[in-house]
Design a protein around this ligand. Structure first.
Ligand code: ZN
Length: 142
């Protein structure tokens, strides 16, 4: 048994001091944990929002991809050959029926012209009723 009177007092101060310090540290730790939990909750919400946004963007991207694919399958190039526009193949040769020059140049619409039933030497646009002096399939080769 230690008879030093200061040992007991020192022990008492250390235990008492340690308890206060520990309590403060525990309170500080609780505050830190509480703040981290709030931050974590905010980050989880942002992550959930981001995942939802990514899902929407993926869906939108898939829709755009589908539209681009469909569009590229339905699209073709046209070229003015002579006085009319024609679809062209990969090497630039026109094919198919001619399109109305006025409708294409004015409204960018491809309207096939056809032979005028009332005047066989003439072609007519079914939309703007412009009449043309050429026959379909004429001037296809450059
Ligand atoms: Zn036309």
């Amino acid at each position: 048994m230690n008879l030093n009177p200061f040992t007991g007092i020192e022990k008492l101060i250390n235990e008492h001091g340690s308890a206060v310090i520990l309590k403060e540290r525990i309170e500080l730790s609780k505050d830190i944990i509480s703040n981290l939990e709030k931050d974590n909750a905010e980050l989880k919400k942002k992550l959930d929002d981001s995942i939802l946004e990514i899902k929407k963007l993926k869906e939108s991207l898939e829709l755009k991809d589908t539209q681009i694919k469909e569009s590229s399958q339905n699209s073709f190039k046209v070229k003015k050959i002579g006085a009319s526009y024609y679809k062209i193949d990969d090497i630039g040769n026109g094919f198919g029926d001619p399109f109305c020059t006025l409708c294409f140049e004015d409204e960018c619409k491809l309207i096939s012209i056809s032979q005028n039933p009332s005047k066989r030497s003439e072609s007519i646009c079914p939309k703007c009723h412009s009449k043309f002096n050429w026959q379909p399939h004429k001037n296809l080769k450059q």
